[in-house]
Design a protein around this ligand. Structure first.
Ligand SMILES: *[C@@H]1O[C@H](CO)[C@@H](O)[C@H](O)[C@H]1NC(C)=O
Ligand SMILES: *[C@@H]1O[C@H](CO)[C@@H](O)[C@H](O)[C@H]1NC(C)=O
Ligand SMILES: *[C@@H]1O[C@H](CO)[C@@H](O)[C@H](O)[C@H]1NC(C)=O
Length: 462
């Protein structure tokens, strides 16, 4: 209005015209500005070893996200000691007497964060996109650590420095790095909640708490708060998949599934707060996977897992043996995994470097959301499309509705409810193979010993 103040009174009519024109163009430009600020591309990832090459950032920059979400192990801050089965300092086996991982000093953590931040591909992304996130165990400071960890206060500051959190941010005063953000114009709101699954977590196998009371109260407020069309909840560890149920007793992974009471509480809270449009994203496991659970909140809950940006499961295996890993992935049963023709491998998991990509088409009717895991070339290796109305309760629960049919029914059985012969088939295969190999080795040894004794005896007689 200041611009018009010099116009004389005699031009009143003109000015009225001018101001309505001005108002109109203001509205028009705001509408355009609003349109421009809709979030349409979100990338996320986890497990970035700052000491290793990080070619994945080129693919992420090519995707050109408006927002990037760190899901933890943003650096490897702790010290991994060599695998030692024998000797004085043993780091492996039930007979071990020395921890495999130990925390590093504050100076060392700082220098690792500095290396990560200076990675050229990442700093380019950092200039062009908003970067937010949470942490997992290795940047929290120690493998598999929870609330008992000594250096959590110190490391929270270092992590928030890495994310350029303002010095007066309340996030620097609270216990833990959980936070929430809202982006986009009305009717196109995307809320992003990042959880802290470390700071307050009770010991593994306790079936205690993951979030702790304060964070639970905060999360409830966030979910009850202003509506958003889409609500993305970032958790460092997987929420939907409970892979431990099918890999145990061989090995166990960290996940919400390992804390069944806490997981139930999370689903109950989403359901009680009637929050629609919730999508989980997660990391941690060193492979990519998309899962869904249809029988918890009245609509399918998706969990898009991307791990890792740099550390991935196939890295530790010789090239020629990689197909075996893929075969084992395929052989391990899963009830929640989204299996479709978009997967690069039959298992519908992806064990090489990857990032998560969410693309939202607000102009489509209905609004569609593309959930993907992409490889180092930016190609989708896992993917599924979800329409926004699908993420709302529609009448009766699928479990209790006998007329509901189709593929969504497949994602209701918990892994632990699979018949034993299916659930433990990986363990059976591994134990059986090991037993056969051990017996073959034993047979070979006995054979050799017998031959030598026979020969020695024969040689003597001769
Ligand atoms: C990170 O990468 C470096 C260099 O390749 C390697 O020596 C180190 O073991 C890796 N860290 C982890 C935790 O695997
Ligand atoms: C996940 O698997 C673990 C290990 O078998 C089991 O103890 C836990 O109850 C499972 N959680 C859920 C939610 O099924
Ligand atoms: C999702 O939709 C896009 C077009 O928006 C299409 O190119 C892609 O193939 C679809 N993906 C799946 C898994 O159907």
């Amino acid at each position: 209005m200041v611009a018009f103040s010099f116009i004389p009174k005699s031009h009143h009519v003109v000015m009225n015209h001018l101001s309505s024109f001005w108002l109109f163009s203001l509205l028009f430009t705001t509408a355009i500005a609003a349109q421009e600020s809709s979030i349409t591309r979100i990338a996320f990832g986890s497990c970035a070893n700052q000491s290793a090459p990080q070619p994945i950032w080129d693919a992420i920059n090519k995707f050109d996200p408006q927002l990037f979400i760190w899901l933890g192990d943003n650096i490897y801050g702790d010290i991994k000691r060599p695998l030692k089965v024998f000797g004085k300092e043993r780091t492996f086996g039930p007979w071990r007497n020395t921890p495999r991982f130990i925390p590093s000093s504050e100076e060392e953590m700082k220098s690792r964060y500095a290396i990560a931040k200076a990675t050229p591909g990442y700093s380019r992304l950092h200039r062009n996109a908003k970067v937010i996130g949470t942490w997992d165990d290795h940047d929290y400071g120690l493998n598999d650590a929870g609330k008992e960890f000594d250096h959590k206060v110190r490391n929270q500051k270092l992590m928030l420095d890495f994310l350029d959190e303002p010095l007066d941010s309340p996030r620097r005063k609270q216990a833990g790095v959980y936070a929430s953000y809202t982006y986009g114009p009305p009717n196109r709101k995307v809320k992003v909640i990042v959880l802290d699954t470390r700071y307050h977590r009770d010991p593994l196998r306790s079936d205690g708490s993951i979030l702790g009371d304060t964070q639970w109260g905060w999360l409830e407020n966030e979910l009850r708060g202003p509506l958003s069309e889409i609500t993305i909840i970032g958790s460092s560890v997987q929420v939907i998949s409970n892979i431990s149920a099918t890999t145990g007793p061989l090995f166990y992974m960290e996940s919400w599934g390992r804390f069944p009471k806490e997981r139930k509480r999370l689903f109950q809270l989403i359901s009680d707060t009637k929050r629609n449009g919730v999508i989980f994203i997660s990391g941690d496991v060193h492979f990519g996977e998309i899962t869904r659970y249809d029988c918890s909140v009245g609509y399918p809950l998706y969990d898009v897992t991307s791990s890792g940006l740099v550390q991935y499961v196939e890295k530790v295996i010789p090239y020629t043996l990689r197909p075996i890993i893929r075969l084992l992935f395929w052989y391990t049963p899963s009830t929640m995994r989204v299996i479709n023709e978009k997967c690069k491998f039959k298992s519908c998991t992806y064990g090489q470097q990857n990032f998560g990509a969410i693309s939202i088409d607000w102009n489509a009717n209905p609004v569609t959301i593309r959930l993907e895991v992409r490889d180092v070339n930016g190609h989708a290796v896992l993917g599924t499309n979800v329409s926004l109305p699908e993420l709302q309760p529609r009448g009766p629960n699928i479990l209790t509705d006998p007329t509901a049919k189709g593929k969504s029914q497949r994602h209701c059985t918990l892994e632990i409810d699979l018949p034993g012969t299916t659930r433990y088939r990986l363990a059976v295969l591994i134990y059986f193979t090991t037993a056969v190999l051990a017996m073959a080795l034993l047979g070979l040894i006995i054979g050799v010993v017998l031959t030598i004794t026979a020969c020695v005896y024969k040689c003597k007689v001769d």
